[in-house]
Design a protein around this ligand. Structure first.
Ligand SMILES: *[C@@H]1O[C@H](CO)[C@@H](O)[C@H](O)[C@H]1NC(C)=O
Ligand SMILES: *[C@@H]1O[C@H](CO)[C@@H](O)[C@H](O)[C@H]1NC(C)=O
Ligand SMILES: *[C@@H]1O[C@H](CO)[C@@H](O)[C@H](O)[C@H]1NC(C)=O
Ligand SMILES: CC(=O)N[C@H]1CO[C@H](CO)[C@@H](O)[C@@H]1O
Length: 524
């Protein structure tokens, strides 16, 4: 009777609202089943932390707004010997060489993250920090591109750099700079830098149109330079060979640059490049299972596949479909749904596993591509067909989320591989600045080998936490050993964290939507 009475108090209008809410709730739950069982992580916190990492990696004169307190100015004479100002940019990882190719890929990925998930990044309050992280890189590329056909490729060299263990502020190693030019070409480096600047020009289009134009101008020149003077940059800059050799060559970067320039300018000549060279440059030939600072094919294929959505690209459907088929090979392989042996391996704990050394770079880049492709499928109302049937967008996003959750602590070691996040994370990160007392606390000079004796070889945790660094991570058995000398696992790189920025923002949005629907259940 009570119940019946109550029921009668609900007006017809309320009933309709309740019905609509129920519908919405069911809709939300069917869209986001990925949240129903697992541990919840604070993606917004992880996102904020990930951006701090780029401040820890800064070279050059630090601004007043610098938030990572244990760092100070460094590399203030970079380029001086060669008569060029190369102050600024990023250290790639735990040491102090400034490597152009991975730095450019880092900036491309940060920019792509903003292009796809700018709204979500803004909602998480991190738009400004993300743009700062991009600009720290592009400001440097502008300096390094000293004339149309000259690009400075690297400052310092791995061999002499690795001889010492010092804070960046104390650096005594060689800061010699190396360049590519007409007689020493480097189409891969020029291509990736062009891609980074073209992508960043899209990012800054609204907030800083002058800067956006400038970036585009450099990007166009660099692409022409790379295309006209063909060659692998590791042939021209020998010192890079043992560190960032371009194994996949330069054809992927040239196609990738053309595609980013097409996105930035809408100019048919770049689209034509992508279409006419699709076959001979391997764009529609290579079926890859990794996406990295070296190998761009999967990212390129996924972006090309997205062009199919626009009517104006109908005449290129044939070639774009071929790109798409390779893009889907990558995605299906990650999903473990290819029928050959060509799937990406997984550890017993579920982490995508490509190789022993710095495997997390492949995990974060795969998470990004899965997220982007998932949203592409959703917005175009399509499914993906892998061997064994059709796959919906939620399954792709579910895998991306599982990988990110693994990173954040849902793994057999119960450890977050994003440093500074959660209650347990690597404390002996292979990072010079992190492992030596902060320059701000103790300005006493620490010499080349003194750092090894007094800091590197200690058992104690690092004095400075490299917050937001994504380390190389566990092995194929999910084992991880938190030792400074274990650089395969405990070193972090800028291109590990960069793809995560957009993904974390996207997952945060998903989490908020899920939370809203949970509130609906609670208040129901
Ligand atoms: C993969 O599946 C396709 C179609 O189901 C089949 O034609 C092909 O032989 C299979 N390849 C392998 C390596 O199993
Ligand atoms: C991780 O946590 C689970 C569940 O609390 C526990 O059973 C397991 O022993 C932990 N593993 C390690 C390596 O601490
Ligand atoms: C991983 O750790 C487990 C448990 O400690 C051990 O049995 C196994 O041998 C380790 N695997 C590798 C590849 O080190
Ligand atoms: C269904 C599917 O994606 N099959 C692919 C599996 O991998 C081989 C080798 O790379 C491809 O040729 C297939 O197309």
């Amino acid at each position: 009777m009570e119940i019946m009475n109550k029921k009668h108090f609900i007006s017809p209008k309320t009933t309709i609202i309740v019905q609509q809410l129920t519908l919405l709730l069911l809709l939300l739950l069917s869209f986001f089943p990925v949240f129903t069982q697992s541990q919840a992580f604070d993606y917004a916190e992880a996102l904020s932390k990930s951006l701090l990492y780029f401040e820890a990696q800064r070279s050059g004169r630090l601004p007043y707004s610098q938030r990572v307190p244990w760092r100070d100015h460094s590399g203030l004479t970079d380029g001086l010997e060669q008569g060029v100002d190369l102050v600024g940019g990023y250290y790639d990882a735990g040491d102090h060489v400034k490597f152009g190719l991975p730095m450019a890929f880092t900036v491309t990925m940060l920019s792509w993250g903003v292009i796809e998930y700018g709204d979500q990044i803004t909602r998480a309050g991190e738009f400004e920090h993300t743009l700062e992280a991009i600009k720290w890189g592009t400001d440097y590329f502008i300096k390094a591109h000293t004339s149309p056909n000259v690009l400075w490729a690297e400052v310092g060299d791995g061999d002499t750099d690795h001889y010492c263990w010092q804070r960046p502020e104390d650096m005594t190693t060689s800061r010699r700079a190396y360049k590519i030019d007409e007689s020493n070409p480097g189409s891969d480096l020029a291509g990736e830098t062009a891609a980074a600047m073209a992508a960043a020009s899209i990012v800054f289009r609204e907030t800083n149109p002058h800067y956006s134009h400038l970036l585009l101008h450099h990007a166009q020149q660099l692409f022409e330079f790379g295309d006209k003077y063909r060659g692998k940059y590791d042939k021209s800059v020998g010192v890079v060979k043992n560190y960032y050799a371009s194994v996949s060559g330069y054809m992927d970067e040239l196609l990738w640059a053309a595609l980013w320039l097409y996105k930035a300018t809408d100019t048919p000549k770049y689209l034509n490049y992508l279409i006419t060279k699709a076959h001979c440059f391997g764009g529609t030939g290579w079926a890859m299972t990794e996406f990295s600072w070296d190998v761009k094919y999967a990212g390129l294929q996924i972006m090309a596949a997205k062009l199919l959505m626009e009517v104006k690209h109908k005449e290129h459907k044939h070639t774009l479909d071929q790109y798409r088929s390779k893009a889907e090979h990558y995605i299906c392989s990650c999903l473990n749904k290819n029928n050959s042996t060509n799937n990406v391996e997984r550890t017993p704990g579920g982490m995508l596993f490509v190789r022993q050394w710095n495997n997390m770079q492949y995990v974060s880049s795969a998470s990004f591509l899965l997220t982007v492709y998932s949203d592409f499928l959703r917005s175009s109302k399509q499914k993906l067909s892998c061997h064994g049937g059709a796959v919906g967008p939620e399954e792709l996003l579910g895998l991306a989320k599982a990988q990110v959750d693994y990173i954040l602590g849902s793994n057999p070691m119960n450890m977050s591989y994003l440093v500074g996040y959660g209650s347990s994370y690597p404390t002996r990160v292979h990072h010079r600045g992190g492992s030596v007392i902060s320059y701000r606390e103790n300005k006493g000079f620490i010499g080349c080998t003194q750092g090894y004796d007094n800091w590197y070889n200690r058992d104690a945790p690092n004095p400075n936490v490299v917050v937001g660094a994504l380390v190389g991570g566990p092995d194929c058995q999910d084992n991880f050993s938190d030792e400074r000398g274990n650089f395969m696992q405990t070193e972090a790189c800028t291109y590990n964290t960069a793809p995560l920025v957009g993904v974390l923002a996207r997952l945060n949005q998903l989490y908020e939507q899920e939370n809203q629907s949970m509130h609906l259940i609670a208040s129901y």
